[in-house]
Design a protein around this ligand. Sequence first.
Ligand SMILES: NC(=O)c1ccc[n+]([C@@H]2O[C@H](COP(=O)([O-])OP(=O)(O)OC[C@H]3O[C@@H](n4cnc5c(N)ncnc54)[C@H](OP(=O)(O)O)[C@@H]3O)[C@@H](O)[C@H]2O)c1
Length: 224
Amino acid sequence: MRKDAKIYIAGHRGMVGSALVRKLKAEGFNNLLLETRQKMDLTQQQVVADFFQRERPDYVFLAAARVGGIVANQNHPAGFMYENLMIQNNIIHQSYVSGVKKLLFLGSSCIYPKHAPQPIKEEYLLTGALEPTNEAYALAKIAGLKLCEAYTKENGCNFISVMPTNLYGPGDNYDPENSHVLPALLRKFHEAKQNGNTKVTIWGSGEPKREFLHVDDLAEACFF
Ligand SMILES: NC(=O)c1ccc[n+]([C@@H]2O[C@H](COP(=O)([O-])OP(=O)(O)OC[C@H]3O[C@@H](n4cnc5c(N)ncnc54)[C@H](OP(=O)(O)O)[C@@H]3O)[C@@H](O)[C@H]2O)c1
C-alpha cells in the first residue's frame, strides 16, 4: 500500500474501526475515508453504491457491523442477521464494482461449530451446529466470508477475511445488555466496588473457556 492510498474504514467509530484508524495513522497513512452512520447508513444499497462511485477507495477495511453480546443476539436475531447481511453485501459488492485493490472483512470466531475441537482450526468451518444464541449473527458472518471467497474466485478480487476471538480495549461497549463478556465483567466488578457490594453475580456455569485479544493487536494483524 502506498502511503497516499485511499483507504476506507467502514465502522471507524467502533472499537475495531478506531483501532485500525490509530494503526494506519501511526504507519503514516493519512488519506483515510471515514463516514459516520448519520451520513451513510450502510444498510442502504444506493447510498453505498453512490459513495463508492464518488470516492473510489483503493483499499477497504470492513469493520462496520451490528455487534452485541449474548442477550442482544438472543433478543434480536432478525436485526443482527438482516443488518449484517445488508452492510457486508453492499460494501463487498461495491468494492468489486468499483475495482477496490484489496478488502479485509471482519468476521468472528463464533462462525465455528459450538463443539469444535480446541484449538479451533479453519477447516472446522461448517462441520457442525453453531452456538444457538448467536446463530443468526454467525450465519451472516459465514455468508460474508464466503462472499469474499466467491468474488475472489469468480472475479479475481483480492478480498480476504479475519475471524478474531473476543476483543477488548479502548472504545469497548459497556452497555449492560449489548456488551461482550469482558467489558460486562469489568462493569459488574467496578459497580460492585463503588456500591460496596460483597457479591457479584456472573452469568453461566463458570465452565466455558474464553480467549481474549487486545484490539490493538488485532489492528496490527489486520494491517499485516
Ligand atoms: N468486539 C469483539 O469482541 C469482536 C470479536 C470478533 C469480531 N468482531 C468483529 O469486528 C467488527 C467490528 O466490531 P466492533 O467491536 O468494533 O463493533 P462496534 O464497536 O459496535 O463498531 C461497529 C461499527 O459499525 C458501525 N455501524 C453499524 N451499523 C451501521 C450502519 N447501518 N451504517 C453505518 N455504520 C454502521 C457503527 O457505527 P456507530 O458508531 O454509528 O454506531 C460502529 O462504528 C465486527 O464485524 C465484529 O463482528 C468483534
